[in-house]
Design a protein around this ligand. Structure first.
Ligand code: NAG
Ligand code: NAG
Length: 790
């Protein structure tokens, strides 16, 4: 296996590289931008082939923004100067994924399929091809937990089954969209049923399926993979094919069905390479764009000709200096000489649907009740069906759930992998505690928040402040709020990402408290003084550019996450700054000539070199805890002269742990002794938080999530990112301190999204002291008198 893998890898690399040298044999065309939409956070595009020639050609594109997120529908050729004409917008919540499926069930309807990041629901919209209207199929939604980044469809030739692949953080789900199996003749409606799930080696950003039933996907590491699609629950063999020469990231994958040959269009950031699907080691030609600024995200192909585009149209999600949008170009240059490619303008996805395909009858096994595949050895007395996830029994007539929904005390299994939980339990196994927030911060003019901090007042703890970050360009800065979320001040600019507090830093003859963040706007460490009344002021040396030495470590180090450390050994103050590459920089903070100054004292690559961001330091024990988004939580010794050797605290479910990717914010609550206290980690894809014991071996304690608080009108937390907590008594309402979390989409009572992000404020007592976990005595592990200045 190893030999063949590295061989094919070599071939693709070598030949893709070679094509540069022998470019005379390879064609290159430059496409001009013929039409474009208004600005929109575009990631993926799909085209709908009309049922009849006189119907409009529709294309759907996602909207990835928090406020208007979902997808939109355009008439591809309906606008002025052949620009697409927007027909409608569907605000299902921030989304990256839209696809189209054809001729489903007895009624042979066509649907738009989309998956929202806000609520994790797959939704279906029936397409009325005649006038381009969409009808939402209520009651059909399917919940998928996680964070997903690629979607593609496959129609099985042998069973006619219409499948949708959904891929995310090293995990893949496959769903079947069909008429519900029904004993009666009556149509019982459409259903989305899961048929398969398995681990994959990467987080894909695109996928496509060839006519011969091979699924191709490209990972965040730039590599292309494939596996055979089959009407089966068995995990297929995944083959690594290779990567583009030069290590460019693959941005999109699409199939072009020629008359005789099939082509794979492989999108890179500024070009599309075209391959014969049978010879993936040699690019036939390259599509470039006249707009040299254009960065491609994804694309779709409409093969039939139109007046303006006789050889079909390329539709792409792209970005240039103006912002992101969807653009269209004629494919005609691709099919002109010297290219040997022949266009196929007669292609219609409906032609590939086999009329005779029917699920294999499984006589002795009652057709697996429609929720499994018939085994090949049906005649054997021991034969049993291969059941879809959530179904069990020889004929798949039973349903199952993970951990049986922590039955009987916390929930019951009421559907395939579907639990009905007893409040306050929730989550996929009814093992997650639902704890509503008590308050939320006022809106502050920015859509993208991240990691907050809590500043503890030196004398009157109830006058402590919540400090938040807004990292979006609009509204960027730190926000300062009282403990009920009322804004009391803030700063503007800098695009700070994560904020933390250093207490009592010597500055001249004073001791000052500082907010410390990494500012992405100007790639600096940015600090403000917190006055004893909780106001933020600029301080000399508060903006620290990275030293030249960083360039030698990494040509383009872009600051990202950060955290702080006050050493009990040396009394020194430290700042950790990371970049997405997983490079951690450790600085010592001092004062020089009346200004704050920083010195780089250590650097190391964290974890498995996956993307990092959130971190926190256990000061008394000199331990840095850091999250590696796709893999897990690590601990590192925090002293600059200690070896940078990491210890895994827990990893993600894919690798057998209890965390769900992305592993984002990390915070710490101190205990009365060094053995007590907790670490809290936010899991973005699930919007859940895991709590671990602070001391090794860091046993898992519990997890919680934040639902709507209808009484107080505080909405639930979705797509969570940063988190902070203190256990200190902050007054009568906060006897064991509080937890403050980032909420991606601030939902109005009707479920629509507001423009500005907010942070939610929870009582730590509501979590660790909740009735259902009272017996565990978890509050005893919190030091409610913890004083950061001691
Ligand atoms: C799951 O829990 C139910 C009660 O909620 C119980 O009747 C059933 O036997 C349990 N199933 C398994 C496999 O333990
Ligand atoms: C502190 O860290 C050391 C290893 O660095 C570990 O052995 C010890 O148990 C830790 N104690 C706590 C309370 O974390």
């Amino acid at each position: 296996m190893r030999t063949s893998r590295s061989l094919s890898l070599l071939v693709l690399q070598a030949l893709l590289g070679l094509t540069h040298a022998t470019s005379s044999k390879k064609f290159e065309v430059t496409l001009s931008l013929d039409g474009r939409t208004s600005l929109i956070e575009s990631d993926t595009a799909a085209v709908y082939y009309p049922k009849k020639a006189k119907h409009p050609v529709l294309f759907v594109g996602n909207d990835g923004s928090a406020e208007t997120g979902g997808f939109r529908l355009w008439d591809l050729y309906g606008g002025q100067k052949s620009s697409p004409k927007e027909l409608s917008a569907f605000k299902t919540g921030r989304s990256k994924l839209v696809e189209i499926v054809y001729s489903i069930g007895e009624d042979e309807e066509d649907y738009v399929v989309t998956l929202s990041m806000q609520d994790g629901l797959i939704r279906l919209y029936e397409i009325d091809g005649k006038d381009g209207k969409l009808k939402y199929l209520s009651g059909v939604d399917k919940l998928v937990r996680g964070d997903f980044s690629a979607m593609c469809t496959w129609r099985s030739k042998s069973t006619g089954g219409q499948y949708v692949y959904v891929m995310g953080k090293r995990w893949l789900y496959r769903f079947l969209i069909r008429d519900k199996p029904s004993k009666s003749r009556r149509n019982a409606g459409i259903e989305i049923v899961e048929t398969q799930e398995f681990a994959i080696p990467v987080e894909p950003n695109s996928c496509t399926v060839s006519p011969d039933g091979k699924v191709y996907f490209a990972g965040d590491n730039g590599k292309l993979f494939s596996f055979p699609a089959a009407d089966s629950t068995a995990k297929p063999k995944i083959t690594e094919i290779g990567e583009p020469a030069g290590g460019d990231e693959i941005k999109g994958l699409k199939i072009y069905r020629g008359k005789h040959d099939t082509y794979l269009f492989l999108g890179l950031e500024d070009a599309i390479e075209i391959f014969d699907i049978k010879k993936l080691d040699k690019s036939l030609g390259t599509i470039k764009f006249a707009d040299e600024e254009l960065e491609l995200n994804d694309f779709a192909i409409y093969q039939p000709g139109s007046k303006a585009h006789p050889d079909g149209t390329l539709i792409y999600a792209g970005e240039n200096d103006d912002g992101a949008f969807f653009g269209t170009s004629s494919l005609a240059p691709v099919f002109k000489s010297p290219s040997k490619l022949k266009s196929n303008t007669k292609y219609d996805p409906r032609d590939c649907i086999s009329e005779h395909a029917k699920p294999k009858k499984c006589s002795s096994l009652s057709d697996c009740n429609g929720y499994g595949y018939c085994p090949s050895n049906t005649r054997s007395k021991k034969a049993t069906c291969d059941c879809f996830p959530g179904f069990a029994g020889a004929t798949c007539n039973k349903i199952t759930c993970p951990d049986n929904c922590s039955s009987p005390s916390q929930g019951t299994c009421t559907g395939p992998n579907t639990c009905t939980c007893k409040a306050p339990w929730t989550g996929e196994k009814c093992a997650t505690l639902a704890v509503p927030a008590r308050y939320e911060t006022e809106e502050s003019g920015g859509a993208d928040g991240d990691d907050p901090a809590i500043w503890i007042h030196p004398t009157d703890k109830s006058k402590s402040r919540i400090i938040t970050t807004v990292k979006s360009e609009v509204g960027s800065g730190l926000g300062v709020y009282d403990l009920t979320g009322k804004r009391t001040g803030g700063t503007s600019g800098g695009e700070p990402n994560n904020v933390d507090i250093l207490y009592g830093v010597p500055f001249g003859n004073r001791k000052v408290d500082l907010t410390v963040a990494a500012c992405r706007d100007d790639n600096t460490i940015c600090m403000y003084e917190v006055t004893p009344t909780g106001e933020l002021f600029e301080i000399p040396g508060g903006i620290q550019p990275l030293p030249e030495a960083v360039k030698e470590l990494e040509e383009e180090f872009d600051v990202y996450g950060s955290c702080v450390y006050h050493s009990p050994k040396t009394g020194a103050y430290h700042i950790f700054i990371n970049s997405k590459s997983s490079l951690y920089l450790q600085f010592e903070l001092t004062t020089k000539d009346g200004k704050l100054a920083t010195t780089l004292v250590r650097h190391f690559y964290a974890g498995n070199r996956g993307q990092v961001e959130g971190c926190v330091v256990d000061d008394p024990n000199s331990t840095l805890f850091l999250g590696e988004e796709p893999y897990g939580l690590w601990s590192y010794p925090a002293e600059p002269d200690a070896p940078a050797v990491g210890t895994l605290v827990d990893n993600t479910v894919v690798d057998g742990g209890k965390l769900h990717a992305d592993v984002e914010g990390v915070t710490l609550v101190y205990g009365k002794t060094k053995q007590e206290g907790y670490i809290i980690v936010s899991c973005q894809g699930f919007s859940e938080y895991n709590i671990y014991q602070r001391a090794p071996p860091h046993n898992y304690v519990m997890s919680f999530t934040i639902p709507n608080n209808d009484k107080k009108g505080v909405d639930r937390v979705t797509n969570t990112d940063g988190v902070t907590a203190v256990g200190t008594n902050l007054g009568p309402e906060w006897p064991y301190g509080m937890v403050v979390v980032h909420d991606d989409v601030n939902e109005a009572p009707d479920g629509s999204a507001r423009t500005d992000a907010t942070f939610k404020i929870l009582s730590l007592k509501d979590i660790l002291g909740a009735k259902v976990v009272e017996g565990l005595g978890l509050l005893n592990g919190v030091d409610d008198k913890w004083d950061p200045r001691k």
